[in-house]
Design a protein around this ligand. Sequence first.
Ligand code: NAD
Ligand code: UFG
Length: 344
Amino acid sequence: MGRRVLITGGAGFIGSHTCLVLLEQGYELIVLDNFDNSSPEALHRVQELAGSKQLAVVKGDVRNPDDLDRAFQTVDQVDGVIHFAGLKAVGESVAEPLRYWDVNVNGSRVLAAAMERHDCRTIVFSSTSTAYGEPETFPLREDMATAPVHPYAQTKVAVEQLLTALCSSGPWRVATLRYFNPVGAHPSGRIGEDPLGIPNNLFPFITQVAAGRRERLNVFGQDYPTPDGTGIRDYLHVMDLADAHGVALEHLWEQEPPYPLTLNIGTGRGLSVLEVVKGFEASTGISIPYDVVERRAGDVPRLEACPQKAKEILGWSPRRGLAEMCRDGWTWQQANPMGYRGGT
Ligand code: NAD
Ligand code: UFG
């Protein structure tokens, strides 16, 4: 029998792709999600793609101990947890810091207490490249100081600290993955990113312009200290990010401490906004009209990973390039013009 893994937030963008990868590797999964920012349809499609029924769904909130107990009790013993459930919009976190601290920090604390109750101390946690704040030297290495500049990143760093304290307190095995910018979709076009309303993020905005759902892209600032003046980010294919969770769990089960293990998950190759636009146009043949507008508050000029540690420790490296990110994101957008809400 495969190992049993509890996945909080498993119906979301990264969670749904990770569930598919883990089901294909033979794991038995329990997803806990309140569907605050996702749809149960994503999990139906994951099961359909995997041809597997080894996925139990518990509708519940990560802040609720009873919901967590129900999730843990669906199997005899949970072998590990991947903790995706959380809120992720930077601007919203500035407007609603209490909500972010409640869901992201309190939710993680309640989850960790449930893990102790159910004798499971192995966890992969979703952290963020924004933990590095507004850095000046590149590429970013995990031993550089964190300096979060908004409540979203502050909550992630607070959870990193909680998990570090747990590792000092007992036999916890923790991998903190600092994701850079995941984009794209599963190549089938059956699962993908499904933002509610106007997309916050560059990539889904581009695919919606390509589909004619939005007229033009706003490029937020062309006066950054970068070669073409637009912001640089380290985009990676969501399937590569999903793969990283599988190898991280294996590592936690097999390797002795010290823990926590903190790893950047990125490609090491930053791209500007205009390079992404050009890459999308080249791989789809569709032109993306854009206007350059003011900088967006809170954006930093550049974030770019050093991915060496994940390669050395996990043997993980991204395998898919920008052309695949664009192709797969566009396939998903075309097949699901209104996301999961358009039905199957
Ligand atoms: P997402 O919003 O698509 O997925 C999050 C999931 O968590 C959703 O299914 C949502 O319904 C669920 N959820 C939210 N609050 C919950 C609660 N209180 N109880 C139970 N379920 C809850 O986001 P995503 O892009 O898949 O991100 C997953 C994780 O990775 C998040 O923690 C996010 O902060 C982190 N992250 C994302 C990115 C990114 O660019 N997408 C980058 C860095 C880190
Ligand atoms: N951008 C535009 N126009 C848009 C949207 C974005 O020009 O319509 C620019 C931004 O200014 C930035 C770049 O595109 O330079 C990327 O912006 P995203 O919003 O796609 O991504 P961010 O790097 O701002 O943030 C994302 C997630 C965070 C996560 C972070 C790091 O939203 O939750 O990546 O992983 F923490």
